[in-house]
Ligand binder design. Structure first.
Ligand code: 4NP
Length: 153
């Protein structure tokens, strides 16, 4: 989850999908991304994000949508890209069970300080998109390792 669902969370989704396919776990893991905001609903991922991902052989699929409370029913894990998104999602929780599904992507990476944000690349330079990819790759690798361990895959 991010704000616009055109930069960071589509990147994290694409990176995770790539890892899941490489690990042959597509029968176990279903992924999607969404934004807490509605400003970009229906748009394709930002072309700078898509180009940076393409250079690493990762395709960013889908169109932006806004997070819905029913996503807490549809998914076991709801992973926020930054603290602001995390707080927004916390406000949408209906129960302790919903709350237990929330995490920050970088908190899955033991090398990131606790509570770190994936920086929003939207208004920054081109290097920000590669930085987002590096951060997503680290977070997603650790998240996938944890899922494999938890489920015995
Ligand atoms: P994202 O990036 O949350 O990573 O998709 C953003 C995209 C657009 C805006 C903010 C963040 N915006 O304000 O338009």
């Amino acid at each position: 989850m991010c704000l616009g669902n055109i930069c960071r969370s589509p990147t994290a989704e694409g990176v995770m999908q790539h890892l899941v396919e490489a690990a042959d776990l597509t029968q176990h893991i279903e992924l999607d991304s969404a934004g807490t905001g509605a400003y970009h609903v229906g748009e394709r991922p930002d072309r700078r994000s898509a180009a940076a991902a393409q250079r690493r052989g990762i395709e960013l699929r889908g169109r932006a949508r806004q997070f819905e409370v029913s996503d807490f029913d549809a998914f076991d894990h709801v992973v926020a890209m930054d603290q602001a998104n995390f707080v927004d999602l916390t406000r949408l929780c209906r129960s302790a069970a919903d709350r237990a599904k929330l995490s920050l992507l970088r908190d899955h990476d033991p090398e990131s300080p606790k509570g770190s944000d994936v920086p929003d690349p939207y208004y920054g330079g081109a290097g920000g998109f590669d930085e987002v990819l590096d951060i997503c790759e680290a977070g997603c690798r650790h998240l996938l390792a944890r899922l494999r361990q938890d489920h015995g895959w």
